[in-house]
Unconditional design. Structure first.
Lengths: 287, 170, 819
């Protein structure tokens, strides 16, 4: 319950934070909202020598409109993201997923960037980020680079962010007018999901014009259900069509077996949840 | 050691703390605010919930140094001038507690819930309290307490089965 | 129905839903949890625990830890071997029970993962924890006895793993009850043989998974050795038993030990223990002469505080073709874990008398083998033996109904004891004092809307709805009010079952009541105040209930087994009555009246036929001044009473549950839950409803969510609240509860225990409902907890869904990332 001792700095700019990272390398750990890091420290599963708290860097907070995308600052708390009108208008899937994320206290404190950088494959934001083709803006000693969602998630708890870099913001291409649905299966409300499906769709005249589906806890990273998407693009938004296509939801998945379900079970149940998520999304899109 | 200055339950405090000290440990051990308790080590139970700048947080999941410059309210700071906060009163009225260990966190989270949604449905109350575990009450009377605090219930004395009944529309 | 005798008092308070006295402090944070205590010079302990289920300790190197900042001492089992005492088993269920010695800190061998091997003492809890990481221990791993069935079969001869190799067996005790041998019923084997010829025989095996009590307040202990008496504060249900055990095993005179249970945050049986941590803290404080504190983390609590349940139940039920049960045979394997805990092997025996439940089974046999394994020890958890028994019989009654194509309520009614048959001596030899199963069931059916829900179930079945509806029935009764000392003696239990109370009349007319029951959330201060206020005719507010401190309460048997009200409450009544008797001659003297002309009513001694009288408080004042007492009468009207119950009492109830089952995913959702319990006379309906709600959710949680799971190496994988799944408000619903009342005839208040009722009945009601929802798909059992995967598998393979995979995926990463 008591973390091992560490030093602490709370820089007021990204530059200062990068300098601190540069200086301390592996011995330092970035603290965003801390809702996953602090439990790890309390359980002494990790014992960094230095904690670099991004909480005093105001520029990392907030949601803004940037033409064809909305931009969510890495340090924006989930509760702010979930209530933001830009998010609701242009990235409804994010708003829906955030509503399912952890609990109210954690949403007040936990941050959008922190959760994504933590890269728990069971996390609620990875699926939507992949489905919406989010772009991750990462600052490092050599400047800023942008990584697409498909390349951002590398492995279990591992992302494209290097040890000397910081995730500063996430750009989400506008999906204005898209329907969205987040289907999450838990045994009890406060646990990590058995799996989750995040679906968003654009419907034109009863036909699925475009669709994107992200999966959580179906592998070591959040996944895209590309097979289902391909099968549904241009198809009528009917239950039969959706049901047939969602049989492919587990293609390429490699889910874990654990206390809450075997891989076999997850491979089955994701097809049902995918159907429900897609139907929810197309209904939301006016089908 | 890092110097922190903050306001806790209306009192300005200033202390040197180890960076690793959790806010809940600071409250309990440095300030003697033992009304706030620790029930787990994974932030599942919510017993340590306090308000940080008016919003509920789990104080086991905040470092004391992160609270520097901020305003903290605990269960001990709710009652004003000897008058209980309406949510405290509701928990008592509706028997929303038994052993009382989860109660500080439950009350603090219930207040936050009502701040954001003054007239929640039963399901909204239940979901709004998903970050707080209770082992005694089965949640039934906690939900009633939040309904009561929101003015959606009136007390019904003498009923063997229930505590409070829904307000019947006129 | 038997009626209780008219009470010689007005019941202004009894039956009233008084708001709780306890709450004013609890809702404002003005609490006294053990961990809140800070004493000058207090040192803090951190435990170093074994990561192995079974291993020999080869070396312990404490040097680095001893050098660390703030460290006062690092002590091992060897260091404390002579002073640490022992953890006792108070109930050897047979005279030849195999009981391993249980030193609080083992010297050379650990028997479960989580056992304490060394203790670090430091100025702060943080420093103690830091130094604990520096203690280096080498172990030689030994084969671990983990699986219950394999452990039961293992022996020195067949080379199976033994939890304690020196004992030569894992079998601790075999306990049997046979109704033919006891003369309480027929021969069960004959009944089964007969049914195989012309009736129905059901053979089932059910798993009672291992549970963790998971009280919300982690255990904490403070020991202060600086006074003449050593004072122990502990988050315990049993301060008196703990004091006895400390004295009996350490040699410290009992008179030199004071144990205080201050505010205690829930127990549910989980704090009905004399723990190694308490013993270690006691030994360390004595050795160092300084106050010490140890507070466990939640993970330590889940790992090392005792677990509950963990049985395999093999059941054979014989019945006639029309549904009359003719015999029940029970064969249990019960997992004790690494040691025989305080009550330990007695837990299944507490269930032995309840498998016949509310029914008139003509023949019954109960067999139980308790087994040692290299896992956390098991002991009482809410209901202790009785939920297991009720689960088995109530699952079987549903199976019998299904087998015969009858309604499950109809089969139960054919077999239960009719209300006019009370008092009734059961096939297990207990005398049930009162009950009315017909009334409770009728009320439950009405409240539940049984017929409408059955109609909806049929509609969903006929239409092939992917979401099916199931209706689960469970009735229950339990023996509570533990316990008549004579019965405990016959069962070889190490203590009696009485309870003590004192009523102290203060000179100002206020009343202090001392009870040997030790509350930890039940609301004793309120309910007991109501009883005393009525009995003495004083205001509710004037009564103060004192408990949980051996110096204030010299004698007590503490709180468990739904005993506080029915045993402790009766002791209160008797003490209060003695006060009235003592006051009477003083009142007569002061009123210059004959004792025979006095009547005591509403707290006042009145002289019949006059308006003269004196309140009991005035007598207390007069007795305090002692200026004018009758000759030979001592000052003071305080009185003590100790009540030893003559029988148990038997609350009962009918529970109905509707569950929706998503046949595509196996997910379950509770739709409706109704229960009607008969707990006799209710002192405080508010408190009773709270006990029922909370009990229901614990029982529902066994059915659906909770399971302590070990991996193949004996590591507890459900070792945090991330993986041991307590339900939240979002996972549960509001309940419809009501009561019928057949007052108990075994105590003068007519009350029955309520603490365990909800838990006992709800588990089978929920599983019956889930099975009922998918029975038409070929399912006749689903192993608990009914996870979505198990339900889905049961539907798809017509099996019980299989074992839990023993892995937990980490969400607490040690990897990179900003979080």
């Amino acid at each position: 319950m008591i973390p091992a001792p560490f030093d602490y700095v709370a820089p007021s700019s990204v530059e200062e934070a990068l300098a601190a990272l540069q200086q301390h390398g592996d011995d330092a750990k970035i603290l965003a909202g801390g809702q996953s890091l602090l439990p790890v420290l309390r359980m002494r599963l990790n014992a960094p020598e230095l904690i670099i708290d991004l909480g005093r860097i105001d520029s990392l907070r907030g949601v803004r409109d940037d033409g064809d995308a909305i931009v969510i600052g890495a340090m924006t708390p989930h509760s702010v993201v979930g209530a933001d009108p830009l998010v609701a208008e242009h990235a409804l899937l994010v708003a829906k997923a955030v509503a399912h994320l952890a609990d109210a206290q954690v949403r007040h404190r936990g941050t959008f960037g922190g959760a994504l950088a933590h890269a728990d494959p069971a996390g609620d934001l990875g699926g939507p980020a992949r489905a919406l083709d989010a772009q991750f803006v990462i600052a490092g000693p050599a400047g800023t680079r942008t990584v697409p969602a498909d390349d951002f998630f590398v492995d279990l708890f591992e992302t494209a962010i290097s040890e000397d870099e910081i995730l500063t913001e996430v750009r989400i291409p506008k999906h204005t007018g898209w329907g969205a649905h987040h289907e999450k299966m838990v045994r009890v409300a406060h646990q990590w999901p058995i799996c989750a499906v995040a679906a968003t769709a654009r419907v034109e005249g009863g036909t699925i014009a475009d669709i994107a589906i992200g999966l959580a806890n179906m592998g070591s990273t959040p996944l895209r259900a590309r097979g289902v998407e391909e099968a549904l693009r241009g198809q009528p938004a009917t239950e039969d069509a959706v049901r047939a296509a969602c049989g492919r939801a587990a293609e390429g998945a490699n889910p874990p077996s654990d206390l809450n379900g075997s891989a076999e079970y997850r491979n089955h149940v994701v097809t049902v949840m995918c159907r429900r998520a897609v139907l929810g999304a197309v209904q939301g899109a006016g089908a | 050691m890092t110097r922190i200055n903050l306001t806790v339950d209306g009192m300005k405090v200033s202390d040197d703390v180890e960076p690793r000290m959790l806010l809940v440990q600071y409250l309990r051990e440095k300030l003697g605010k033992t009304g706030t308790v620790v029930g787990c080590d994974t932030s599942n139970c919510g017993a340590c919930t306090v308000h940080l700048d008016g919003e509920s947080v789990k104080s086991c999941n905040v470092l004391a140094v992160q609270a520097d410059g901020h305003d903290v309210t605990t269960i001990e700071g709710l009652a004003k001038d000897g008058r209980l906060h309406p949510v405290q009163e509701a928990f008592r009225e509706c028997h929303g507690l038994q052993c009382g260990f989860c109660t500080p966190g439950m009350i603090m989270q219930s207040i936050d819930l009502l701040n954001h949604n003054p007239q929640p449905s039963e399901q909204e109350i239940r979901v709004g309290l998903e970050g707080n575990l209770c082992r005694c009450t089965g949640y039934h009377n906690i939900v009633r307490a939040v309904q009561y605090a929101s003015g959606q219930l009136v007390a019904a004395a003498g009923e063997a089965g229930g505590v409070a009944e829904e307000v019947t529309p006129a | 129905m038997t009626a209780v005798e008219a009470q010689p008092m007005d019941t202004k308070e009894i039956g009233r839903d008084r708001r709780r006295k306890e709450d004013a402090r609890l809702i404002t944070g003005r609490t006294r949890w053990t961990d809140n205590l800070q004493l000058n010079g207090m040192l803090h302990l951190a435990m170093v625990r074994s990561p192995f289920a079974h291993a020999r300790i080869t070396t312990i190197d404490t040097r680095a830890a001893e050098e660390a900042t703030g460290v006062v001492a690092v002590l091992t089992g060897e260091d404390l071997a002579d002073t640490q005492g022992a953890c006792i088993n108070a109930w050897a269920i047979t005279t030849d029970q195999v009981t391993p010695a249980h030193p609080p800190m083992p010297v050379d061998r650990v028997a479960f993962a989580g056992e304490t091997v060394a203790v670090v003492v430091a100025r702060s809890a943080a420093e103690a924890r830091d130094a604990a990481e520096l203690v280096e221990i080498d172990y030689d791993e030994l084969p671990a006895a983990l699986d219950l069935k394999e452990a039961a079969a293992a022996s020195a001869e067949n080379g199976g793993a033994l939890a304690h190799p020196d004992l030569g067996t894992n079998k601790s005790a075999f306990w049997r009850f046979d109704s033919a041998e006891a003369g309480t019923g027929g021969d069960v084997d004959e009944a089964i043989a007969q049914a195989r010829e012309d009736g129905v025989v059901l053979e089932r095996e059910y798993r009672q998974q291992r549970l963790i009590p998971a009280f919300m307040e982690p255990r904490s202990v403070v020991v202060d050795p600086t006074g003449e008496q050593i004072t122990v504060w502990s988050a315990t249900q049993i301060p008196h038993i703990l004091r006895f055990a400390l004295a009996a095993t350490t040699g410290v005179p009992e008179s030199k030990i004071r144990v205080i249970a201050p505010d205690v945050g829930g127990g549910f049986g989980g704090k009905l223990q004399q723990t190694p941590e308490e013993m270690i803290a006691f030994a360390v404080a004595r050795r160092l002469g300084k106050p010490v504190k140890y507070t466990e983390t939640r993970s330590e609590s889940l790992l090392s505080a005792h677990h509950g349940r963990d049985q395999w139940q093999k059941l054979t039920l014989a019945a006639t073709k029309d549904g009359h049960v003719t015999g029940l045979k029970v064969e249990l394997l019960a997992d004790l874990g690494a040691y025989v805990a305080l009550v330990g092997g007695g837990v299944p025996v507490l269930g032995a008398f309840m498998f016949n439940a509310i029914y008139k089974f003509p023949a019954y046999q109960f067999n139980c083998q308790t087994v040692l394994t290299n896992k956390t020890w098991t002991d009482a958890y809410r209901g202790a033996g009785r939920p297991e028994a009720t689960y088995a019989v109530e699952r079987l009654m549903d199976e019998l109904a299904a087998e015969l194509g009858k309604d499950p309520l109809e089969v139960r009614e054919m077999n239960w004891i009719k209300h006019e048959e009370f008092p009734f001596t059961t096939v297990a030899g207990l005398e049930y004092d009162s009950g009315n199963y017909e009334a409770a069931t009728a009320r439950a059916k009405e409240l539940f809307g049984y017929d409408d829900l059955r109609a909806e179930q049929k509609r969903r079945r006929d239409s092939g709805d992917p979401v099916q509806l199931g209706i689960g029935v469970s009735t229950f009764t339990e023996m509570c009010g533990l316990a008549p000392s004579r019965v405990l003696g016959q069962l070889n239990y190490g203590a009696g079952g009485w309870e003590a109370a004192s009523v102290r009349m203060l000179p100002t007319g206020k009343v202090e009541v001392i009870t040997g029951a030790s509350a930890h959330g039940q609301g004793h201060e309120t309910a007991f105040s109501q009883i005393v206020a009525d009995r003495l005719g004083v205001p509710f507010e004037d009564v103060e209930i004192l408990h949980g401190d051996t110096q204030v309460v010299p004698r007590g048997m503490d709180t468990y087994g739904s005993r506080s009200l029915v045993v402790g409450g009766e002791a209160l009544v008797r003490a209060a009555d003695k006060v009235i008797e003592k006051a009477k001659p003083i009142a007569a003297h002061l009123l210059e009246a004959s004792i025979d002309d006095l009547e005591f009513k509403n707290g006042r001694f009145g002289v019949r036929g006059t308006d003269q009288g004196l309140a009991i408080g005035e007598i207390a004042t007069a007795s305090f001044a002692a200026h004018n007492l009758p000759d030979g009468v001592e000052p003071g009207i305080d009185a003590d009473a100790t009540y030893d119950p003559v029988n148990f009492n038997f609350p009962h109830g009918t529970h109905l549950c509707a569950m929706e089952v998503d046949t595509e995913t196996g997910e379950t959702r509770m739709r409706k839950y109704t229960c009607v319990d008969d707990i006799g006379v209710i002192i405080n309906p508010l408190i009773v409803s709270g006990q029922v709600h909370g009990g229901l959710v614990q029982g529902i949680a066994q059915a659906l969510w909770e399971e302590a799971v070990y991996d193949d190496s004996g590591t507890l994988v459900s070792g945090t609240f991330t993986d041991y799944l307590l339900p939240t408000a979002a996972d549960t619903i509001s309940f419809d509860i009501d009561h019928t009342s057949s007052p108990s005839t075994t105590n003068s208040l007519g009350t029955k225990g309520v603490g365990e009722a909800g838990t006992i009945a709800s588990t089978p009601a929920v599983v019956n409902a889930v099975v009922d929802a998918v029975r038409h798909l070929g399912v006749d059992d689903i192993q608990m907890p009914c996870t979505p995967e198990r339900v889905w598998k049961a539907i798809n393979t017509a099996g019980s869904g299989g074992e839990t995979v023993d892995a937990a995926v980490p969400h607490l990463s040690t990897e990179e990332g900003q979080a």
